[in-house]
Design a protein around this ligand. Sequence first.
Ligand code: ADP
Length: 247
Amino acid sequence: MSKILKVNNLKKIYHDKDGEVVALSDISFDVNEKEIIAIVGPSGCGKSTLLSILMNLEKPSSGTFSFKKDTSIGYMLQNDCLFPWKTILENCLVGLEVEKKLTNDSKNYVINLLKTYGLEDFMYKYPSSLSGGMRQRCALIRTLALKPDILLLDEATSALDYQSRLKVSEDIYNIIKNEEKSAIMVTHDISQAISIADRVIVLSNRPAIIKKIYNIKLTNKSTPLNNRKTKEFIKYHDMIWSDLDGK
Ligand code: ADP
């Protein structure tokens, strides 16, 4: 299987007035093409730091990572960052405008995504008329407009209520799989991680090392909601829960 990302021995040390904070230590993993990886770990262990390094917002203190040649990367954060004064379509075209890639073809691609993923009737409305879940779907389409090969999602659904989170998880999963993307999603929600991901990486308390990597194998694996009903789901949940509990 072809690798889209290789991460080797990443370490990150922050320096503040009280001295050193070792956020990450000895982090190594690969991501295969079209694979969804979830990263879970205790709060403050270094999950966002890891994504920030992969986004080139932070430099690692040591170690390396490399994306496959010509890989383009899309990001989606907890806050959807939609502009309230722009329509849904305009919001979804922002990235293309900034990158000077707005053409009739790229615009039609976005319009088709909006139609496919249930936002056709809202294209000319403003973000205030969307539910939290629809806003996240819109933010995901804005990210997809630039045709990224891999998506990095940092707690993309954690601002939503439980029911919306289930619905958006379903949407995000369907969109990523239909559009044949790879993804790394950071989440504190163990159930979400197991139900969506092909592999779940469990980080330890700070300094975060990789405690376990689970290859998620579920009977009749399908969509996240159905995956939650499989007999293996509870087993993985218990194991990851106890990993995080330090038992
Ligand atoms: P998580 O996403 O798992 O909650 P973070 O990656 O945000 O954790 O943070 C990991 C650790 O690194 C925390 O202890 C945090 O306080 C520390 N940290 C993050 N950013 C900085 C920074 N810019 N300077 C100093 N310490 C930082």
